[in-house]
Design a protein around this ligand. Structure first.
Ligand SMILES: [Zn+2]
Length: 201
């Protein structure tokens, strides 16, 4: 007995089921594109490079900037900024400063070796300065976050103010320089701690 397969059946068996590729499917197509806020057309943003680094993306129809990308320098700065704001480091530094201050006080009472007094005095001043720097830095970051501003502007304002003060009152210059050195040390420590945390996670 011979079995006959109809032409239509054979055709059905050999054809692959119709599959919608993501680029053809209108839903997917809309997911891959974005709406331009200026000309209200769906588009794939075009990338503008600056010395090989992504600089910004634009709408291919009206050339409006769709998104700006942080520069290499900005990304480098971001590495040194703590992602979550907290006063934990300030509290820890203050506690350490208090401990060393207490040791310093004991040293001056019981007349221990001169070097020990010097070390505790140095540690107390350094830790107090760092704690204050941390408090100032966290306060600025908190204020900026509260108003949804970028803290860079606040730091810029602080530096401008310091430069103006240093110009107007030359006797303040040395204190301003010391303040910025301490802020720099705090920034370096915070950056190193951040880098260490990032390498663990
Ligand atoms: Zn557009």
């Amino acid at each position: 007995m011979t079995t006959f397969t109809s032409h239509s059946n054979r055709f059905k068996l050999t054809t692959r089921p119709y599959k919608v590729t993501p680029s053809i499917d209108p839903c997917h197509y809309q997911l891959d594109t974005v709406n331009c806020e200026t000309c209200h057309r769906f588009m794939v943003p075009r990338m503008i490079n600056y010395y090989g680094q992504p600089y910004r993306s634009i709408c291919p129809f009206c050339a409006t900037t769709y998104r700006r990308f942080p520069s290499g320098f900005q990304r480098f700065i971001e590495r040194f900024q703590t992602p979550s704001l907290s006063f934990n480091v300030f509290i820890r530094l203050s506690l350490m400063a208090l401990c060393f201050g207490f040791l310093w006080l004991i040293n001056s009472w019981v007349y221990l070796p001169e070097e020990l007094t010097l070390i505790t005095a140095l540690a107390t001043s350094l830790l107090t300065a760092l704690a204050l720097a941390e408090l100032i830095a966290q306060s600025i970051e908190h204020i900026a976050a509260k108003f949804y501003h970028q803290s860079v502007y606040y730091w810029g304002l602080l530096i401008t103010l310091a430069l103006y003060l240093a110009n107007a009152h030359t006797q303040l210059t040395r204190y301003i320089v010391i303040f910025f050195i301490i802020m720099g040390v705090r920034w370096l420590f915070a950056g190193l701690a951040q880098g260490f945390n990032n390498s663990i996670n």
